[in-house]
Each structure stands twice: as C-alpha cells, then as structure tokens.
Design a protein around this ligand. Structure first.
Ligand SMILES: Cc1cc2nc3c(=O)[nH]c(=O)nc-3n(C[C@H](O)[C@H](O)[C@H](O)COP(=O)(O)OP(=O)(O)OC[C@H]3O[C@@H](n4cnc5c(N)ncnc54)[C@H](O)[C@@H]3O)c2cc1C
Length: 468
C-alpha cells in the first residue's frame, strides 16, 4: 500500500494540535509536586557546573552511607557554591561554625531534594504500596502498567538472586490483586483492551548476570536464560506479559539473542506475550529491525516490540570516543526522530506478526504512529502507547484521551537502587533537545515541535531556518 505522505503529515499535525489543546486542559496546578520538581530540575540543570556536580553526587550516593560521608562529599565536590540556592550556600558557610548541627541542615536539604525528585519517578518502595498504587492507576485513572524493579547493577550472583526474588514477591502480590481488577475498556474479554494481559513486567538483562560478556555471547545468554525462565514461567501461569528492556550497545546482541531464545523455547513457544525493546538511535536500527521481523516470520512466532529512541545516547558517544570507534548513534536529534517514524511504519506494515508498543513522550512521534496505524488499517489491538511514570501527567492524560490504550512504565524500589534510573530521567528531561524540555521549559512554538522531521533534517542540512 502506498501512503499519501502529504495527507499523512497534515493528519499528524492536526492530531498534534488537538494533543496540545488537551494537554493544556490537564496542566498541573501550581500546588502539584510535578510542577515543583520540573522547576527544580530546570533550575539545577540549567547551571552547567552544578549539573555535573549533581550527576557525580547521584552516582556516588549509594556509597555515602553516613551523614558525615554525604556532607564531606558535598563540601569537597560542590566547587561552585555561587550557583547553589542561597539557603544551601549559607548552610555550607555556617556548617563549619555550627558543627554537627550545620552538617545536619546541609545533608537534610540535599537528601530531601533527592527524595522529592526520586519520588516523582518511582512508584513505591514496598510491595503492598506498589500494588495499591497500581490498582489506583488502573481502576481509577484508566492506565495499564508495566512494572520494573530498580537495581540493575548486580555485581554478584547473590544480588542477581535477590533481584529475581523481588519480582517473585511482587508477582505474588499482583496475583491476588488482579482477581479484583476489571479489564480496561473491556468488551467481553478478561484482557485489557480485549487483548493485553493485566500483569506486565519489564526486566533489565544486565541485572540477570553479574558479569555479562559480549565476547562470550552464548554462555552469557545461557546464564541469563537460566535466571529469567523461572520468572517467565510464573508470568505465563498468571496470564501476564514480560518485556525485556534494552540497555547499552555492548549488551544489545546478548539481549536480542536472549529474547529469541526465550520466545522460541519449546515451553513458551505457544505463549505470545513476550516483548523486546528496540532503540532507533542506532544507525543500524533499520537493519536490526528487519532481521528480527524476518526471524519471527521464519519461526512463525508473533512478537511484540517496544519502540524507543534510546536512553544511553551520551554514554554511546563517550564509549565510542574512548574506544576510538565510529559513533554508532545518530548525532542529529532529528535523524533519531525520523528513524522512529520509519521503524514504526515498518512494524505497523508487519502488524500480522509484530505488535507495536510506541514508547515516546514526543507528541509528533506519537501522532505519527496514530496516523500511520489508521492509514495502514492496522487493527487497534496491534498497538499500544507507553510512557514513563512521573513524566508530565498532562501528557499521559492527553494521550489516554486520544489513543485510549496507555501503559505506564512504573519503576519500583529503594531510593539507593534508583540512582542510575534517576540520572537517565534528569538527562532526558533537561537536555536542550528533549521534546519535554522544549515544550515545558522553553515553550517552543507548536508548529516547530510538530514539524515533519524529514523537513527539519532537510532544513538543517541546507541550513534553512526552522518553522516559525
Ligand atoms: C515506556 C518506556 C520504556 C522505555 N524503555 C527504554 C529501554 O528499555 N531502553 C532505552 O534505552 N530507553 C528506554 N526508554 C527511553 C527512551 O529510549 C527515550 O530516551 C525517551 O523516551 C526519550 O525519547 P522521546 O521520544 O520521549 O523524547 P524526544 O525528546 O523526542 O527524544 C529524545 C531522544 O532523542 C535522542 N537524541 C537526543 N539527542 C540526540 C542527538 N543530538 N542526535 C541524535 N539523537 C539524539 C535520544 O535517544 C534521546 O533520548 C523508554 C521510554 C519509555 C517511554
């Protein structure tokens, strides 16, 4: 089927405008935590020296186990007190005079700020709180969920075991709770939206092995399979869904192979609810997607792909520079946006064998998926939309109003386990090219935000000014 690109683009922009209007209607009140957290992040991340110091603090925080250690770190590493808020600057100045009391004030303020930001993005730390919050998100607000347990940095086999054990505990809690959950937008089915399991978990491959070795792919995948398959067995017994997250490029081949191994294993072959995440910011993403779709066709196995742009962009650039290797990711943001629309189209054209989970907070990207699905006559149950818990409530409400099938990615766990996740969210929310930042902090013109990335790229390459 050939698409009328001009007409498609007009539909995307029209839908995008409706999206912005709906989002304005759902804007957070002045009293909402989200509004304050966003303000705090924009303020802190807009000051370059402070930004670097905050990232170092978050990185070291798990090791700073006493008040004195935290205080010493703050004193030694916050080398630019002039960019700190007045209360902290004063605290640092008088801490020496006040002794332990001054230290207490400084560490209390810093700890409180970290906790407030973390609680914006983490659903809960305990099983019972998590289950009750998920119940509310489903039954009151109408959102499905996928649950992710924080703490991918497993350095020993014992930590790997503890990570898996936490999933077992949560699944036990969810098993009881799901009996009382009415399916979302049900029809007659027991499944959400008529096709999606109610229990859905996301798992990070790096947490499944303390020493994953890309040069010993088969052995690493075998160890991961040994750990993941008992968990997946329980998910299958509960009629649930498991999605494998994707991390750095070094783990990508391992992750794809783990997915193929689990999906095609004789004990799971007949159970379709297993998902994989794919990042489009890699220059070879189209080729990798084609390979995965070809594999699914040869094996005659329906698959599900969560499509993302990729959360490790800065890391991949730095890793390539360090290894003096070619940069594997696009370096113009619009190229990634364009790659997202291209990959979404490929999956939607293959909807008979591949379900699409569109995971983006970019209104242009989301509206392009909605318009493409309509233009290609893709049945509703072959796609869904996913957003991260804590990222702009007004966005997720507008998305629910427009798309109807929205799943929240909900991280769960203790504060200390959350640091790597938190750093990724801070980078994402405050990067000068991020859609969220351009929308909420820069108030960028809507026409520019909704512009076709092919046109933006062309303008960049021919140095034309962006749309007014
Ligand atoms: C439900 C859900 C699950 C997710 N799971 C994963 C996961 O398993 N693995 C993972 O890696 N990510 C995951 N992500 C994060 C995702 O990859 C993106 O980082 C995030 O969603 C931002 O993309 P966007 O479309 O929302 O926003 P946008 O602001 O439109 O895009 C930002 C993205 O553009 C890319 N980018 C930024 N600058 C440049 C540049 N100069 N050149 C080229 N590209 C650039 C980066 O990928 C950056 O994250 C998930 C996101 C969601 C919503």
């Amino acid at each position: 089927m050939t698409l009328d690109k001009g007409q498609l683009d007009r539909q995307i922009i029209e839908q995008g405008r409706r999206f912005f209007t709906l989002m304005e209607k759902n804007a957070p009140s002045i009293f909402s935590t989200e509004r304050w957290v966003r303000g705090l992040m924009d303020w802190a991340m807009g000051r370059d020296p402070l930004k670097a110091e905050i990232f170092t603090l978050l990185d070291r925080l798990p090791g700073l186990t006493t008040e004195k250690m935290l205080y010493d770190h703050i004193r030694q590493s916050f080398k630019h007190p002039e960019v700190l808020p007045p209360v902290l600057r004063l605290g640092l100045r008088i801490a020496g005079l006040l002794g332990p009391l001054g230290r207490k004030i400084v560490t209390a303020i810093v700890s409180k700020c970290v906790k407030i930001v973390a609680h914006q993005f983490i659903i809960a730390s305990q099983v019972d709180q998590t289950v009750s919050k998920l119940c509310k998100l489903r039954q009151k607000d109408g959102f499905a969920f996928t649950l992710d347990i924080l703490g991918e940095d497993t350095a020993t086999d014992q930590q790997v075991g503890q990570y898996i054990e936490k999933y077992f505990q949560l699944l036990a809690g969810l098993k009881t709770a799901q009996q009382n959950w009415a399916p979302l937008a049900n029809g007659d089915s027991l499944l959400d939206w008529g096709s999606a399991p109610k229990i859905n978990i996301s798992v990070k491959p790096s947490a499944l092995d303390s020493h994953p070795d890309p040069d010993d792919l088969q052995a690493t995948v075998s160890r991961m399979f040994e750990r993941l398959s008992p968990l997946y067995r329980i998910v299958v017994q509960l009629g649930g869904f498991l999605c494998i997250d994707i991390e750095t490029r070094a783990l990508r081949r391992i992750t794809f192979e783990l997915y193929r191994r689990l999906r095609s294993d004789p004990q799971f072959r007949n159970y379709p609810h297993l998902g994989l995440t794919m990042q489009v910011y890699f220059k070879d993403a189209d080729a990798e997607l084609d390979k995965m779709l070809a594999w699914a066709r040869v094996e005659k196995l329906p698959i599900s792909i969560r499509l993302v742009k990729g959360a490790y962009w800065e890391y991949e650039i730095a890793a390539a520079e360090k290894a003096r290797a070619p940069v594997p990711v696009y370096t113009i943001k619009t190229e990634t946006d364009l790659a997202f629309e291209r990959a979404a189209q490929t999956i939607l054209k293959n909807h008979d064998i591949c379900h699409l989970a569109c995971a983006s907070h970019n209104i242009r990207s989301v509206c392009s998926v909605l318009a493409l699905a309509r233009a290609l006559n893709v049945p509703q149950n072959r796609s869904e939309f996913q957003v991260l818990y804590g990222m702009a409530e007004s966005f997720r409400k507008a998305l629910l109003g427009i798309a109807g099938r929205v799943r929240l990615y909900c991280p769960q766990g203790q504060l200390i386990a959350a640091m790597a996740y938190l750093v990724r969210r801070l980078i994402e929310n405050t990067s000068s090219e991020s859609f969220m930042h351009l929308t909420f902090a820069e108030h960028t013109d809507i026409d520019r935000l909704l512009e076709n990335p092919a046109i933006t790229l062309d303008n960049i390459q021919t140095q034309k000014p962006p749309a007014k």
